[in-house]
Design a protein around this ligand. Structure first.
Ligand SMILES: NC(=O)c1ccc[n+]([C@@H]2O[C@H](COP(=O)([O-])OP(=O)(O)OC[C@H]3O[C@@H](n4cnc5c(N)ncnc54)[C@H](O)[C@@H]3O)[C@@H](O)[C@H]2O)c1
Length: 324
């Protein structure tokens, strides 16, 4: 198949591109490199079935021409990362809402299937365990910029579902829970790469709050496997799926594990949320994905344990640190 991956030079997008090429598909990547990096696709450079376009999805003219030549658009381009969003609220709204609209409008021309990457953030403060796809979005006040991400992604979901219902456009929505692996950058507040970098540099690992908040981490290879399979499955059309590994770990235990695995002398420094983020920042105690829907449709279950994932991330970052 011919597949267009928006945000394909990003963390998840580059792993997805790799898998799709490996499966024999032809892939076009469009990415404006705002948070992504060309180096993420370096190892695929010169692949006969890969085309890499550096441009924004907001370029309507280009998207109008590009999208109808593809069987599927996997729309991953987005403003991502709590810190990035807090620092760039206007651009985040434009990227997350208008860009999705551009993709859907262009897809409608030929009825190109659209897979939309959404997020567990749409559940907001809902702490039900586990969270299933039809659970409520409990999103905080508009004055708290952090909630902009959840709101814009929820709007994307509404948009995609409206195109499905009103215009019969085939859409599939996936909600990634914390996805981790090599190539993820720690610059915008992602905890695993930040901890690994701190441990490798012998700096204290900065844990926000008391570290008892728990998270579930999915190996990016498990996540892209589910994504690619869902995109091909006719039964997935018009549906929303959680993609995540339900195994929980507290942030403190994660920090300890990373210190142990890197053999670092780093200590843990507890930082109040008020020092790390603007006033009124809210965090969830836990967020566990319910993945029964995915299991039923695909027989999917996460295969790669956190320790194996961390070992790969540590290896990749050690090489990066050594190469400066
Ligand atoms: N990593 C996670 O844990 C996670 C969790 C939930 C949802 N998601 C979603 O998965 C998708 C990929 O996230 P990621 O973690 O790989 O982040 P990422 O920042 O590495 O990827 C996003 C990519 O989109 C590109 N991009 C942004 N704006 C663009 C534009 N206007 N035009 C073209 N390209 C643009 C960026 O340069 C980047 O390469 C996003 O939609 C994100 O919301 C990720």
């Amino acid at each position: 198949m011919k597949i267009l991956v928006t945000g394909g030079a990003g963390f998840i997008g580059s792993h997805l591109t790799e898998l799709l090429l490996h499966e024999g598909h032809t892939v076009t990547v469009i990415d404006n490199l705002v948070t992504g990096r060309s180096e993420n696709l370096q190892h695929l450079k010169g692949h006969p079935n890969l085309e890499f376009i550096i441009d924004t999805v907001l370029n309507e003219e280009r998207m109008r021409h590009l999208v109808p030549h593809h069987d599927i658009v996997m729309h991953l381009a987005a403003a991502v990362g709590v810190r990035w969003i807090i620092e760039n609220p206007l651009l985040s709204i434009e990227t997350n809402i208008r860009a999705t609209e551009v993709v859907l409008e262009a897809a409608e021309t030929n009825g190109t299937k659209v897979l939309l990457a959404s997020t567990s953030e749409v559940y907001g403060k809902n702490e039900k365990v586990p969270l299933t796809e039809d659970d409520d979005s409990i999103i905080g006040a508009t004055q708290i910029t952090r909630w902009l991400y959840a709101n814009t992604k929820a709007t994307d979901e509404f948009l995609a579902l409206a195109y499905y219902r009103d215009r019969k456009l085939p859409v599939v929505i996936v909600r990634y829970f914390n996805t981790v692996g090599p190539r993820q950058t720690g610059r915008y507040g992602m905890v695993v790469p930040r901890f690994v970098r701190q441990a490798l540099n012998g700096e204290p690992l900065t844990v926000y709050g008391n570290g008892e908040q728990a998270r579930c981490f999915t190996d990016v290879r498990d996540a892209v496997r589910a994504t690619a399979e869902l995109a091909m499955k006719p039964e997935a059309v018009g549906e929303v799926f959680n993609i995540g590994n339900p195994r929980e770990i507290s942030i403190r235990a994660l920090a300890e594990l990373i210190i142990r695995m890197t053999g670092s002398r780093s200590t843990i420094r507890y930082v109040p949320y008020s020092e790390a983020y603007p006033a009124g920042f809210e965090d969830m105690r836990r967020r566990v994905p319910g993945v029964e829907k995915l299991r039923q449709l695909l027989g999917w279950a996460p295969r790669i344990p956190l320790e194996e994932n961390l070992a790969r991330i540590i290896d990749a970052m050690r090489t990066e640190v050594m190469n400066g």
